[in-house]
Design a binder for this molecule. Structure first.
Ligand SMILES: [Zn+2]
Length: 576
């Protein structure tokens, strides 16, 4: 059945972040690059928010901090200096980055600020060595035309990118690499006026085109991250954070609407059955004895370590935990994610998926007896340390209570298939305070005039030109415009003498197909792509060989095109 999003009252806002390809980072002169070798420098820190900042910290972050997590930072000298290590004050804002945002701002008719003030946004998960992220608004109140609709742009700004996690947590230590810290990110945010998944996709692409028009954005996986705010009446505002693939935007929106509608249905049914929030009690029962002789490996392991098996009854929840909210994500999954987050447990067990995991029907009967559960009740249990088990079940109870009254406001993270998982509660507002180490940057009329006189070609103009100049059909020209390789297209056509349609098909369809097959095409440099096409132009290679060469090069980053040809065993046969 088609979903009528207009009728549902869907509202979507987009916030797009993309790394800028500037010659230096935002607040120092380091190279905005990632390194893959072993780090030259490591240092250990524990973040301590100051008293005055505590009031502004969201509960989830404070929770992390309380758990005494330490962070091991990794760095090398080319990509980090004392600024990233928070041992030296930041330098003034990188003007190249400011000018790029100004160009985007003017292209979407936003009004530049007279002065740019850098602000601090509290972040204590360790992804920033300072405990905050620096961010600034560069322009306000623009608009972008998408089809017939005008979508307001709330602001365009600049942010410093955060350090990246390089491993899972081991014994309260998290590893972060600070090469990414300080890479400039442009941020463009729309008003929440988008009304359907399709429209969200169109807006995301339209903004993407403007960003790429500047010729100053990085490309490849991880260089673009979108936050999507989704809400429906009676539902909640969900923030989906860090989506990397534009193509997934419509699916993510669709699934989130589905999830909220299914949660509303569950609320309705529980209400009809007379289940009330206060019926769900934090009464945890140690069911150690039930599992004395269990064959379940997880429970066995916990018991062998003298840990606990703790259970809680969810009255009248039988059958609800296996209710699917979106593909593969059930109400039980939502509870498990909460338990993992707040209790640091590996997962939960519940009666809706039993018997399974080596747990027998008899054990389940015993378990139900132990917690005095009836036929229509569900039981959730965990096997972990006493503290973790308690925290995990508390989180499960909290989630069950919410299931009787409202859709919770959450920050969620995207999965590769477009579904999402609980990340943390939504942080409260007003987490910003001024960055006192950086003086405001004045933006004079003269400055704006200069940027305006060098504005890049607008996407619509470029589309027309691609069709006219290169005789591309409308569809292919549009694909080139939306490709990360749009810039490269013209360079390659001009120097290689290969037909524009062939080059365009490569930049769009071929690269997309290769990516789909898991080839990391971003590992093949522009120069190598240019060399491949020069080879085709001079008839040393055929276009049929391109996919093989590109996929070989993606696995052999330091090798040449000639080496690829030799290795694959390609050579031209003479006409003869
Ligand atoms: Zn630096």
């Amino acid at each position: 059945m088609e979903t009528d999003y207009e009728k549902i009252g869907l509202k979507v806002g987009l916030e797009i972040h993309q790394q800028l390809n500037t010659s230096a980072k935002l607040f120092c002169n380091c190279q905005p690059e990632l390194f893959k070798e072993q780090p030259e420098i490591t240092f250990l820190r524990r973040l301590r928010p100051t008293q005055s900042e505590l009031g502004q910290i969201d509960p989830a972050a404070y929770f992390e901090f309380q758990k005494g997590v330490k962070i091991l930072y990794e760095a090398n000298r080319a990509t980090s200096c004392l600024v990233e290590m928070d041992e030296e004050p930041p330098h003034p804002l990188n003007l190249e980055a400011v000018n790029t945002v100004l160009a985007v701002a003017l292209m979407v008719k936003a009004k530049p600020m007279d002065e740019i003030h850098v602000m601090r946004k509290t972040v204590i998960d360790g992804s920033n060595t300072t405990g905050f992220q620096r961010t600034c608004v560069v322009a306000l109140n623009g608009e972008i035309k998408v089809g017939e609709k005008t979508v307001p742009i709330q602001h365009a700004g600049l942010e410093e990118d955060a350090a990246r996690k390089t491993g899972e947590e081991e014994g309260n230590i998290i590893r972060y690499r600070i090469d990414r810290l300080g890479i400039p990110l442009i941020e463009v945010a729309t008003a929440p006026v988008i009304k359907s998944p399709k429209e969200a996709e169109e807006v995301a692409f339209a903004i993407g085109r403007i960003l790429r028009a500047t010729g100053k954005v990085m490309r490849g996986l991880g260089t673009i991250r979108q936050d999507i705010n989704i809400s429906i009446p009676n539902g909640a505002l969900t923030e989906i954070k860090g989506l990397q693939e534009l193509e997934l935007v419509p699916l993510v929106v669709e699934y989130e609407v589905q999830r909220q509608l299914n949660l509303l249905k569950i609320i309705e049914e529980l209400r009809k059955m007379g289940v009330k929030e206060e019926d769900i009690k934090e009464e945890f029962c140690n069911v150690h004895d039930v599992f004395k002789g269990t064959k379940c490996k997880v429970v066995r392991k916990a018991l062998d370590k003298n840990q606990q098996v703790l259970a809680v009854k969810l009255p009248k929840f039988n059958g609800f935990l296996k209710r699917e909210l979106m593909p593969g994500i059930r109400l039980g999954t939502e509870m498990a994610d909460r338990a993992r987050f707040w209790g640091r447990v590996g997962g939960i067990f519940h009666t809706d998926e039993m018997p399974a995991h080596g747990i027998t029907a008899e054990e389940i009967e015993e378990l139900k007896k132990a917690v005095k559960a009836e036929e229509q009740d569900a039981v959730v249990f965990v096997a972990d340390s006493p503290e973790n088990s308690r925290d995990a079940l508390k989180a499960v109870v909290e989630r069950a209570r919410e299931a009787t009254k409202h859709v919770p406001e959450e920050t969620r993270g995207p999965n590769p298939d477009g579904t999402t998982r609980y990340m943390r509660p939504r942080p409260g507002a007003a987490r910003m305070y001024p960055e006192t180490d950086i003086p405001p940057t004045q933006i004079t009329e003269e400055h704006i005039r200069k940027v305006r006189s060098h504005l890049p070609e607008f996407p619509e103009q470029k589309l027309e030109r691609l069709i006219k100049e290169y005789k591309l059909n409308q569809k292919l020209a549009k694909q080139v415009l939306d490709s990360e390789y749009g810039e490269l297209f013209e360079i390659v056509v001009k120097e290689s003498n290969v037909s524009p349609t062939t080059v365009a098909a490569f930049m769009t369809e071929t690269l997309k197909a290769l990516k789909r097959d898991g080839v990391q095409v971003e590992k093949v440099s522009e120069n190598k792509i240019r060399e491949i096409f020069r080879g085709i132009g001079s008839e040393k290679l055929t276009k049929e060989a391109i996919p093989d060469i590109v996929s070989w090069l993606s696995q052999h980053e330091d090798e040449s095109v000639q080496e690829a040809i030799n290795s694959i065993g390609l050579k031209m046969l003479s006409g003869e």
